[in-house]
Design a protein around this ligand. Structure first.
Ligand code: G4P
Length: 195
């Protein structure tokens, strides 16, 4: 998505060769007009898939998922990090390791919201080593639901997660895919979904 690449170049900041800051439009302040463009693109990419539910994980994926859900007119579930008192009853749970933060956490979703008859689109803001998406894939499998694929706003291809998931036949669509980045700039690439 050319607009995402242009937005990153105009408003993103490369903090290190691994971390891109996009707090100006996606991670803290949200550019709502641009968010609607993101939602349009995700809806276009998955328009023929008969998706019944979008799933993300708190917190930064929620805005993108909600915008896409509104556009696609389907509900959005977000997995909670670590079981909180407002997730009642039976749940599906996975442990996810965050390389960025160096910790493990639980992703929890109520069985009431994820059903075997669902066809699920996963959405997140960043795809790095892929652990968060891998955890969401496992939650879909635990529920016996069907996975349509995943859409991410920004993939950092050099961290390998996207390619690992694609190698397993999972459709991963990234709106911008970064080959490399440093203080001199960002190199984007295209991805071959191969599915
Ligand atoms: P992975 O899921 O692909 O394995 O990545 P990782 O665990 O390393 O990412 C952990 C967190 O860091 C995620 O957010 C992810 O969105 C965020 N993240 C990863 N790379 C970048 C980056 O280059 N820039 C920014 N701004 N964030 C990045 P989280 O900690 O789960 O928190 P939340 O923001 O969703 O609440």
């Amino acid at each position: 998505m050319r607009a995402m690449e242009e937005k990153i170049c105009a408003e993103g900041t490369v903090i290190s060769k691994d971390i891109l800051k996009v707090g100006n439009f996606l991670n803290q302040q949200i550019d709502t007009v641009f968010l609607a463009e993101i939602a349009d693109e995700i809806a276009r990419l998955f328009e023929n898939e008969n998706i019944t539910k979008i799933m993300t994980i708190e917190s930064s994926g929620i805005a993108i998922a909600a915008a896409a859900g509104m556009k696609m007119v389907i509900p959005v579930i977000f997995a909670k990090k670590n079981k909180s008192s407002n997730v009642d009853g039976a749940t599906y749970q996975v442990t996810i390791h965050s390389f960025t933060h160096g910790n493990d956490y639980q992703a929890v979703v109520s069985r009431d919201y994820l059903k075997p008859e669902d066809k699920v689109l996963l959405i997140d803001d960043f795809l790095a080593s892929g652990n968060a998406l891998e955890g969401l894939v496992q939650l879909v499998e635990m529920a016996g639901a069907t996975l349509a694929g995943a859409a991410v706003a920004i993939e950092k291809k050099f961290q390998g997660g996207g390619d690992e998931l694609r190698a397993r036949g999972i459709r991963i669509e990234s709106l911008a895919c970064i080959e490399s980045m440093d203080e001199d700039g960002i190199v984007f690439t295209t991805v071959n979904n191969g599915v």
